[in-house]
Write a protein that binds this ligand. Structure first.
Ligand SMILES: [Zn+2]
Length: 242
């Protein structure tokens, strides 16, 4: 009887420990961003898909190898650990890319080194998702946007899919608004910023408008769209807070 009690006590302790392990490892003061739920390694070097394919055609270049584990935060060179293929859809094309995996020699976690032009477990690149946000900010319904995207690679996309993208970005945006405006106004200090009563969609509309003004003034074509930039900001923080 005593043994049974001890066993149950032990089992209960194990359950508690397991439960404890499943809790997110975020500092109490920080609520994780919807983009940061999964730890991953995101390339901080900005590049388009053509550049990625060229740079990674013979494997991950040493200069881009991850030097920090996103799990245990140890600063060390992660070991090569295979690769897998993924199809990524863009507004006007689709590509099969190779994602290289790396393993931490300290904690043994394995992660893919992901380019920043598409999110983890997603196939539609940011340019497709940004088109949805832009059209909705301009007043189109999701049904209309879905119809407009009918011929886009990877489509047709359902309204439910579009709604998921819109909701996730809607939750993500507020925490990046100050940083986004600081970034934009540094590059276009005399930007024409529209003013008026603030409605939820206007922040997107204003940001896209300012982003376009910045792109128009850039001496060379810019690789990043706004969502690509926001995604990179989120994951550079992920590396810092763990
Ligand atoms: Zn590690």
């Amino acid at each position: 009887m005593v043994d049974i009690c001890r066993h149950e006590e032990h089992a209960s302790q194990v359950r508690k420990e397991k439960k404890k392990k499943r809790e997110p490892q975020w500092p109490a003061s920080q609520v994780p961003s919807p983009l940061l739920v999964y730890k991953m390694i995101v390339l901080q070097t900005v590049m388009d898909v053509e550049t990625y394919l060229e740079l990674f055609k013979d494997g991950c270049p040493d200069s881009l190898r991850p030097m920090m584990c996103p799990h245990c935060q140890e600063q060390l060179m992660l070991h090569r650990h295979g690769h897998y293929e993924r199809t990524v859809y863009f507004l006007d094309n689709q590509f099969l890319i190779v994602v290289y995996r790396f393993k931490c020699p300290k904690c043994n976690h394995t992660d893919g080194l992901l380019p920043s032009f598409v999110g983890k477990n997603q196939q539609a690149a940011w340019d497709i998702q940004e088109t949805v946000l832009r059209e909705q900010a301009a007043g189109a319904s999701l049904a209309d946007v879905a119809e407009n995207l009918d011929d886009v690679p990877g489509g047709p996309y359902t309204e439910k899919t579009l709604w998921r993208w819109v909701s996730r970005w809607g939750r993500e945006l507020p925490q990046w608004i100050p940083a986004a405006w600081a970034f934009l106004l540094k590059r276009i200090p005399h930007a024409k910023i529209r003013a008026g009563a603030k409605k939820p969609w206007q922040e997107w509309e204003w940001l896209f408008d300012a982003w376009d003004q910045m792109q128009a003034k850039a001496p060379e074509p810019q690789v990043e769209n706004l969502l690509h930039w926001l995604y990179r900001q989120a994951h550079s923080v992920a590396a810092a807070v763990g």
